[in-house]
Design a protein around this ligand. Structure first.
Ligand SMILES: Nc1nc2c(c(=O)[nH]1)N[C@H]1C(S)=C(S)[C@@H](COP(=O)(O)O)O[C@H]1N2
Ligand SMILES: [Mo]
Length: 518
């Protein structure tokens, strides 16, 4: 599609901008779709008259080695078609100013993975390195003009301005240390073995860095419902959160919408309306001016730019809640993966990753190898034990408690360990975590593969090539290579010199002949 001047573009004689207006003052990049069924229908009809760039194959073919890795032309074009090109440009501008040093997994909607060294820097992830998962553009909302509406099955539907929410005289505040993990974390391992859903949604090809931890400050939603709305009606079972970003699915148009059960909200600090991240104003790219922070649940429920909250008797009918983030049984094929076959992923299970060394590294060591990584469990469980196996999962060494960051109800623990390693050559290292409910991780990817490519919680496995310097022959080789000015790696490079002389070869076989003597 070539994008014409937005001013000119019309549908049924009406300029696009008039049909799909950014109508609130100080709310750039926000079109209210939810509750505007006519507007939604019109947008969908209009989109169906257009042609869009096909989604590239990104599972069967190797990923490009570029940064950004994937572009998302199609999603840019959807926004541009509806007169929202400025939001596409603004999103990338935000990346340039707030998220420069990331693995840009997808240009638009922007998805950025934390680089592995930054994941391990500190228990709290620096805001500029915290991963980002977007399904649409980043709205540019002036905090002064910001408010949200609470409605549905509450006693008194209310509009609340950010300045009132932040007033401690009106609402009590909490600070909570929370790990947000995208349920797509480590998805690349599932894709590498068995590709899955890639029909419509760009499945951000996440590695181990779609997870981060911060201290969020805000007001418990429970308190807002009680103090500002007089409580919920008895029929209320779920709270729906609607974000100001525009979301597309199969050429239908929405605002991002998800929900959590009311019984979760009742846990006070477990569902927070937050405006502060690590002591700083919540960055716009992380949902500023205001987002939900839902502890122990998949990241998807922590709705950013929340402008509307509805008390409902059933879960939100938003496609993100009902049609995505599902867990299917393995042997239902693509052609039969009905949405009703999947169950909704809410609480995160226990999971972990080895962050260093990296898979396929060559490690020259003196009889032990140092490893580092993260372990996390959702649902209010905390990490109790982290174990490393140097032999594919038979022998396990536990991390010492002093080598793990402190326990939190709703956050990960970073860990390090030094594992004795005698063997040389390729070894498979595995991490396995146990949480406070004695949950642990499935053994292999295949033990828990899911068509939707969510929740890669199986034990993380990496291959390392061990070179043990405490062995005399190894020491000699390293010395010989150094004297010749040659490097040990790559291990596949042929050696320029013979390892054994004719004399030592003959001496060995004099002691242990090649063939029987009679
Ligand atoms: N409005 C809105 N909220 C959203 C999303 C989104 O696309 N739009 N993405 C969700 C997903 S899938 C995740 S994993 C988290 C990521 O939060 P972060 O970008 O602050 O790391 O935000 C969630 N909240
Ligand atoms: Mo996510």
């Amino acid at each position: 599609m070539t994008v014409k001047d937005e001013q000119e573009e019309t549908f049924r004689g009406v300029p696009i901008k008039q049909l799909f207006p950014e109508e609130r003052l100080g709310w750039k990049g926000f079109v209210e779709w939810e509750g505007n069924d006519e507007r939604k229908a019109m947008a969908s009809e209009f989109l169906k008259t257009k042609q869009f760039t096909p989604i590239p194959e990104f599972q069967q073919d190797p990923l490009p080695k570029t940064n950004p890795i994937l572009i998302g032309h199609r999603w840019k074009e959807y926004h541009e078609a509806l007169g929202l090109k400025s939001i596409v440009d603004y999103s990338w501008e935000m990346v340039q100013t707030e998220k420069e040093d990331m693995l840009h997994v997808l240009d638009f909607p922007y998805n950025g993975e934390t680089r592995f060294n930054h994941v391990m820097e500190d228990k709290l992830t620096d805001n500029k390195y915290h991963f980002i998962r977007n399904h649409g553009g980043v709205p540019d909302i002036d905090p002064e003009a910001f408010y949200f509406d609470v409605g549905g099955l509450v006693k008194n539907p209310t509009r609340i301005y950010l300045s009132d929410l932040k007033d401690p005289e009106q609402f009590p505040q909490e600070e909570v240390t929370v790990t947000i993990q995208c349920s797509g974390t480590r998805r690349v391992e599932q894709i590498a073995l068995y590709p899955g859903d890639g029909d419509e949604l760009i499945n951000a090809p996440w590695g181990e860095g779609a997870i981060g931890t911060a201290v969020y400050r805000g007001v418990p939603l429970k308190k807002v419902l009680k103090k500002a709305c007089g409580g919920v009606l008895p029929e209320c079972k779920h709270l729906e959160f609607i974000g100001a970003d525009t979301y597309f699915k199969k050429l239908e148009v929405y605002n991002y919408a998800v929900s959590v059960p009311y019984r979760k909200v009742r846990q006070n600090e477990e569902v927070l309306l937050a405006w502060e991240m690590n002591g700083k104003p919540l960055p716009k790219i992380h949902g500023g001016p205001l987002r939900l922070v839902v502890t122990g649940y998949i990241g998807a429920r922590s709705c950013k730019w929340v402008y509307k909250i509805n008390a409902l008797s059933v879960p939100s009918y938003g496609p993100v809640q009902r049609q995505e983030y599902l867990y299917y049984s393995q042997q239902i094929g693509k052609h039969n993966t009905l949405v009703s076959n999947g169950f909704s992923i809410q609480q995160m299970p226990v999971s972990s990753a080895i962050m260093s060394p990296r898979d396929r590294d060559v490690i020259i060591h003196d009889g032990s190898i140092k490893l580092q990584g993260w372990s996390y469990s959702g649902g209010g469980n905390w990490v109790e034990r982290v174990e490393i196996s140097p032999d594919g999962g038979h022998v396990w060494y536990a991390c010492a408690p002093e080598d793990m960051t402190e326990k939190h109800y709703h956050a990960w623990r970073l860990w390090k360990i030094e594992v004795p390693v005698d063997a040389e050559g390729w070894l498979e290292f595995v991490v396995r975590t146990w949480d406070s409910s004695n949950n642990t991780e499935p053994t292999f990817i295949r033990s828990a593969w899911n068509w939707d490519l969510h929740v890669t919680s199986s034990c993380h496995r990496i291959k390392l090539y061990s070179v043990n310097r405490t062995r005399p022959l190894t020491q000699l080789r390293l010395k010989q290579l150094a004297e010749r000015g040659e490097t040990f790696t790559p291990i596949s490079k042929p050696l320029e010199f013979a390892l054994e002389s004719r004399e030592s070869y003959d001496a060995a076989f004099a002691k242990n002949p090649r063939e029987p003597l009679n």
